[in-house]
Design a protein around this ligand. Structure first.
Ligand code: C2E
Ligand code: MG
Ligand code: MG
Ligand code: MG
Length: 278
């Protein structure tokens, strides 16, 4: 069917649109089977204290090693999963698998309070049992609330209803941290900083990578650093690719960072014990 576009104008059907739709349908069928076929992986990227380059946690990032397509990047399949509702089972898998892997590491001597960040989409938060699933998962692996941070992106923050903020309130009351992801990108705005309670702010890598190249970028970062300080929450700079950027961020007062310079996302099995990385 032709989609309505603006004042009375209809988007003209093009054959490419059909093939994309068919392709999406096929990919979705594969994605449906991905968990069963053991094609999903969760990789972990270190989160660093910029003061001493110590690892203070890790972000869990899903990977799909599809037999049909090869390695499909999250920006391709996460939107498909969100639109289809498949994100509910995938998200649950990520939570459980991340907790399972962390518990093994803690059993082998990693710090009890090692913190993992999990990306959560709006649809997951809308599930009435999301809270119960989190508690059950932590219990199953004998983890505590301090082991978990949930990261929220725009898709969550655009939801204006009170249900989400109540859900987040209950989660925070347990002692689980809530981080705002990709701050500064897309439609993210100051208004949700104003109406949501959170424990950590992550500034989008778009602002981080160019910090040494322009005074404008540096001014933006500096003001977000001050904003986070004023709100009393730690700031994590995403996408740090060089030592120079890491050093400059630290000089400007940014407490934490994450990026290829410190470590790419890799399976937790391939991690050394957390410690100083650079
Ligand atoms: P995100 O949560 O903002 O994750 C950070 C992304 O930046 C990751 O991409 C990571 O690999 C990449 N990255 C980290 N350091 C650097 C760097 O120094 N340079 C560059 N260029 N990139 C860096 P990835 O793994 O492709 O994930 C993309 C997005 O997909 C994530 O963005 C997140 O929004 C979403 N995502 C990933 N895993 C999950 C998941 O389990 N559930 C949900 N709902 N979303 C997920
Ligand atoms: Mg994230
Ligand atoms: Mg991010
Ligand atoms: Mg992102």
């Amino acid at each position: 069917t032709a989609r309505k576009k603006g004042a009375g104008a209809y988007e003209i059907y093009r054959p490419e649109m059909m093939s994309r739709a068919v392709e999406n349908t096929q990919m979705l069928r594969e994605l449906n089977q991905a968990e069963l076929n053991q094609e999903l992986r969760v990789y972990f990227q270190p989160i660093i204290d910029l003061h001493n380059a110590e690892v203070i946690g890790a972000e869990a990032l899903i990977r799909w090693h599809s037999k049909a397509y090869g390695v499909v990047p999250p920006y391709v399949f996460i939107p498909l999963a969100e639109d289809s509702g498949l994100i509910l089972s995938i998200g649950r898998w990520v939570l459980r698998e991340s907790c399972r892997q962390l518990a093994l590491k803690i059993a082998s001597g990693w710090p009890n309070d090692f913190n993992i960040h999990i990306n959560v989409s709006a649809r997951q938060l809308y599930q009435a049992d999301f809270y119960d699933v989190i508690i059950a998962t932590l219990n199953e692996f004998r983890l505590s609330a301090c082991n978990l941070t949930i990261e929220l992106t725009e898709s969550v923050l655009l939801e204006k209803g009170t249900f989400i903020s109540e859900q987040l309130g209950r989660i925070r009351a347990l002692g689980i941290s809530v981080a705002i992801d990709d701050f500064g990108s897309g439609f993210s705005s100051l208004s949700y900083l104003h109406c949501l309670q959170f424990d950590c702010l992550k500034i989008d890598r778009d602002f981080v990578s160019g910090i040494l190249k322009s005074a404008r970028n540096e001014a933006i970062i500096s003001s977000v650093i001050r904003l986070a300080k004023g709100l009393g929450v730690p700031l994590i700079a995403e996408g740090i690719e060089t030592k120079e950027v890491a050093d400059r961020l630290y000089e400007l007062g940014c407490p934490r960072g994450q990026g290829y310079y410190f470590g790419r996302p890799i399976p937790l099995d391939e991690w050394q014990a957390p410690g100083i990385v650079k």
